[in-house]
Design a protein around this ligand. Structure first.
Ligand code: ADE
Ligand code: ZN
Length: 327
């Protein structure tokens, strides 16, 4: 399929972190706005700084970017910029993960102004382009579960109108030592489903743990499940989509190289896959790049690519009234 035809496919992006959409020029803008030293002096140097030897180095820099996001205007700016860029790429709907616990617990910020800034930016982009959007405030499991629970409580108390799910990003190594499941139960009690990153750097046991403890309606990445065919078949049978980001997986060395990526196996076993860009400028990718990569890696014809785009629309957690607008 030609690049223009991929662009023209109506599609949703279900796995992208709002804070991971901050490109190098925007890092400079934010640093100037807050009168602080940027992490590197030029856009080219920040693009180099956006190169990682693995997940810990990435998380460290991701949290540096979080620290530059302070005022409602910052959040409005990045949300509007990304939605407008997405619209240009034929995206009709975006579900933004937002590192809510990072901002609230780690950086000591209140949720209401952050939320309201994001909503303002998204609404401005929607008014100009017609794109739809939803928010997935994330738990950060490197922080204590109690503190995350309080923070997500603050999130749920402010407004649930634009929340399509509660999510979980960050490293998975504290999952079994601290109990994050009550936070998902809190969200479920007010009608908000859960999604979770799982099997990004970890194996099938991590995906099984997430399924058992968090009851996610979608899994971000899930590539670790491919080490266990029975688990892939279970995901396919359960109809739990995996929001896969091959460019991210290579950039963070979750797979040794693209040729080793398990996306072809996931598709072969019938797992519902949607493609995401995760943290696009940080990984030198875009959603369109991910479609092109998937086509090459899996030998997808036009129908195969159309199926991935349709999966993304179907797996979206947007309400039906919004889904009906996509035609
Ligand atoms: N937060 C932002 N990007 C992430 C990723 N790739 N994995 C887990 N948490 C994240
Ligand atoms: Zn992610």
């Amino acid at each position: 399929m030609s690049p223009d035809a991929i662009r023209a496919l109506p599609k949703a992006e279900l796995h992208v972190h709002l804070e991971g959409t901050v490109d190098s020029n925007t890092v400079l803008d934010l640093a100037a706005r807050h009168d602080v030293e940027p992490p590197a002096a030029t856009a080219a140097a920040i693009d180099k700084w956006y190169r990682f030897d693995g997940f810990p180095m990435f998380l460290d820099r991701y949290f540096t970017v979080l620290g530059l996001l302070r005022d409602p205007d910052d959040f409005a700016l990045i949300a509007e910029r990304y939605l407008r860029r997405s619209h240009d790429d034929g995206v009709v709907h975006v579900e933004f993960h937002v590192s809510a616990c990072g901002h609230i617990v780690e950086n000591g910020r209140a949720w209401a102004p952050i939320h309201d800034g994001i909503v303002r930016g998204c609404a401005a982009a929607a008014a100009k382009t017609g794109i739809s959007w939803g928010l997935i405030p994330d738990i950060s499991p490197h922080l204590p579960a109690d503190a995350c629970r309080t923070a997500i409580g603050e999130v749920l108390a402010h407004s649930t109108e634009h929340l399509v799910a509660i999510g979980m990003g960050g490293p998975a190594d504290t999952w079994s030592t601290d109990d994050f499941s009550p936070i998902y139960a809190d969200a479920a009690s007010v009608g908000i489903p859960g999604v979770a990153h799982a099997g990004e750097h970890g194996g099938p046991e991590e995906v099984r743990f997430a399924l058992e403890h968090f009851s996610p309606v979608r899994i971000q990445h899930g590539i670790g499940a491919a080490q266990d065919i029975a688990l892939l078949d279970e995901l396919a049978d359960l109809g739990i989509p995996c929001d896969v980001c091959p460019g991210s997986n290579v950039a963070l060395a979750a797979v040794p190289d693209m040729a080793s990526h398990p996306l072809p196996l996931m598709l072969e076993r019938g797992v519902t896959v949607t493609l995401g860009s995760d943290d696009p400028p940080m990984f030198q990718t875009t959603l369109l790049d991910e479609y092109r990569t998937a086509a090459e890696l899996c030998g997808l014809d036009d129908e195969g690519l159309r199926t991935l785009a349709e999966n993304s629309l179907r797996a979206s957690l947007a309400p039906d009234v919004v889904k009906n607008r996509w035609g």
